[in-house]
Design a protein around this ligand. Sequence first.
Ligand code: KG4
Ligand code: ZN
Length: 334
Amino acid sequence: MANILAIESSCDDTSAAVIINGNIHSNIIATQSIHESYGGVVPELASRAHQQYIVPVVQKALKEAKLAKNKLNAVAFTQGPGLLGSLLVGGSFAKSLALSLNIPLIGVHHMQAHVLSHFIDDPKPEFPFLCLTVSGGHTQLILVRDYLEMEILGQTKDDAVGEAFDKSAKLLGFPYPGGPEIDKHAKSGDATRFVFPSTEMPGLDYSFSGIKTAFLYFLRDEIKVDDNFVKENINDICASLQHTLVEMLMTKLLKAVNQTGVKHVAIAGGVSANSGLRNRVQVLGKENGWQSYIPKLEYCTDNAAMIALTAHYKYLKREFLSMEASAMPRMSFP
Ligand code: KG4
Ligand code: ZN
């Protein structure tokens, strides 16, 4: 019997979830809209907002799960990677609660949790599987051998694909985070209208800084000729950019499938909510005979349910943090 409360506070979402014997009973997310007008997450404001939201969010998660605090067997939190000030709010809260209840504390790696979000609901992937984990801060190709046994096969050497979406969206005048806006407009655009240069890194690594700069110069040059260029072509611009980014992701994913021979392929992280990416992974899966796993939209972006699920497996293995040691923050992949 394991009742675990999990807290996620790595970036700009304050979230708490309760997992009981491996089943999620609540998953509360408070999104900090304060960053929208700044065009990106302001770390100082994010920490303050976490401080403000954490108590009501935890209370709501326990209430919705109909679980009293004293029935908890462990408290889990996102240990890293993420914004230091934001992580410290969730980590300190979790540590204090675990100490006061005299129960174990579990530290969870944020990217490992994104991968394990596939085990919240059915269909669950079979081991081993490949996971393309794409978020605002990461782009990784991961070989998942077991719940807590993962190997990074390739990753971005500079910007994450989510950053390429968000920075390009900012240039187009969309509020932060702009990834979903590009996705929305791309749906009615012509993806072949504009061509952007994509960078190909050796092996299974990625690079997204080049396309970001190329996009900046493309807009600058077009706007010089026509002031209304963006307004008049917004859907085609978004569709073409999205197409390029998705194909860059797919090239290495295909290579990873061929190299490893693994025929179960998942996507995870905020950018896995992108409709172009979701479709493409399924189409390529059918063409190449692999089984694809596309997460439910609610589990793509940051949430504490994925932290709780990871904590459940760590609890089974008794992987607890010492209360004396500094628990903050762990940035390297487990
Ligand atoms: O995993 P996540 O919530 O936070 C991090 O761990 O970074 O990912 C956030 C990222 C942002 O860059 C956001 O623009 C992107 O996910 N995102 C999308 C979509 N929904 C969220 N990017 C493209 N299309 C979407 N539909
Ligand atoms: Zn994330």
